[in-house]
Design a binder for this molecule. Structure first.
Ligand SMILES: *Cc1c(COP(=O)(O)O)cnc(C)c1O
Length: 390
């Protein structure tokens, strides 16, 4: 059986849990270790294998993964991190957790992604400060231009940290090379989240992948209070060079993560089939509605079904569309309100002019997409959208 039971309406995203996921969790509950046990390493090893990275470090959630990445890089107060304005709050907030300043990059208005051009513009605003990391977001699941961004970041001595919760399973082709999001070919680290709407779910959960053994070690130390057990020391001994956090992911949730990860091929196929159905069904609604632009190198496993709507031409507001869809049993969401507009960041950095982010925000809407959707649900969504847009 699949859980939860279908709803009479369609949310924008939802987990899919089978009876064998539940069996895996109950087995973990009967085992010796509820946390810091063998399922943590087992989940990490399976995840590293799935994305093609040398190391994977499990943690409490995707926000903790970003914070750990900043700590592993030893980003210091007053240094700079660049994040796109179209993302979830956490991408920017992680810089503030370590006292670093955020420079918001604009995005391409049609893909919502940070590009080498928008990064180059953001670099002009770093000034004399030291830039440590650039955080591309693979919005909705489409891959950002990692080689282009890495070249620009690298020239300044900074590294890429991919904020990749949307893109588990996404592949990309740069030149002749097939790559996977999270394989770390262009970035120092990539972060993932297992929140229920993401591609695999553990309730709360996160992961950082890297090919750098030193970074992996620091991620593990900072995940657990900054505690180090020196080789050959007394069995009770531990030392702390720097206060870390308790960002561990318990074995109970790693059991669920392992079980869900085994279904990634099935979830991938389902998400791809639904995305294809959307593409076909949406065509008649052009030019009022079109899909977010797909970069040519990206072969995504979409997390979000992002469409761009010309609300002005349709003669309706986004609020009317969201409410009209809801009345017809269709959930939707906006991904995202530009982060630079948040009161906290406005107060800190003043008003910024990021026209690509504004243009993306003014048109974007995420329609239902999750593996538990039936084929006919796509037609139902499009019919509702067509009715609401008149
Ligand atoms: C979900 C998400 C996060 C945060 O993950 P949590 O597990 O909810 O903390 C960060 N960045 C992006 C782009 C996300 O989608």
């Amino acid at each position: 059986m699949t859980h939860p039971a279908p709803l009479p309406w369609l949310p924008y995203g939802r987990q899919m849990i089978d009876d064998d996921d539940i069996a895996a969790v109950t087995a973990a509950l009967r085992a010796d270790f509820l946390t810091t046990g063998p399922l943590v390493e087992a989940f990490e090893a399976a995840f590293a294998e799935a994305v093609g990275a040398r190391h994977a470090v499990a943690c409490a959630n995707g926000t903790a993964a970003l914070h750990l990445a900043m700590l592993a890089l030893e980003v210091q107060a007053g240094e700079v991190v660049i994040a796109p304005s179209i993302t979830f709050l956490a991408t920017a907030n992680c810089a503030r957790y370590v006292g670093a300043e955020v420079v918001f990059a604009d995005v391409d208005p049609d893909s919502g992604l940070m590009t080498p051009d928008t990064l180059a513009e953001a670099l002009t605003r770093v000034g004399a400060r030291r830039l440590r990391a650039v955080l591309p977001v693979h919005l909705r699941g489409d891959a950002a231009d990692l080689p282009g961004l890495a070249a620009l970041a690298g020239a300044t001595g900074a590294v890429l940290v991919e904020d990749a919760p949307h893109a588990l399973g996404t592949t990309m082709t740069f030149g002749n090379l097939a790559e996977r999001v999270g394989d770390g070919r262009h970035s120092a680290m990539a972060t993932f989240s297992f929140h229920p709407v993401k591609t695999i779910a553990t309730g709360e959960g996160g992961m950082v992948t890297t090919n750098d053994a030193g970074l992996a070690k620091r991620l593990r130390v900072m995940r657990s209070h900054g505690m180090i057990r020196p080789a050959g020391a007394d069995p009770w001994w531990y030392e702390m060079a720097e206060p870390g956090f308790n960002y561990r992911l318990p074995d109970i949730l790693c059991a669920l993560g392992l079980s869900q990860l085994a279904k990634l091929p099935r979830f991938t196929a389902r998400r791809r089939a639904l995305a294809k159905a959307y593409e076909t069904e949406l065509a008649p609604l052009a030019p009022l509605v079109h899909l977010a632009a797909r970069p040519p190198w990206s072969d995504p496993v979409l997390h979000l079904m992002s469409v761009l709507i010309d609300f002005e031409a349709a003669g309706v507001t986004r609020r009317q569309v969201v409410e009209g869809l809801r009345e017809r049993g269709v959930g939707s969401q906006v991904h995202y309100i530009p982060v630079h507009r948040q009161p906290y960041y406005r107060a800190r950095y003043g008003e910024l002019d990021l026209p690509g982010a504004e243009r993306w925000y003014s048109r974007c809407l995420s329609l239902p997409l999750y593996p538990g959707m039936a084929d006919e649900d796509v037609a139902r969504v499009i019919k509702a959208l067509g009715a609401v847009l008149g």
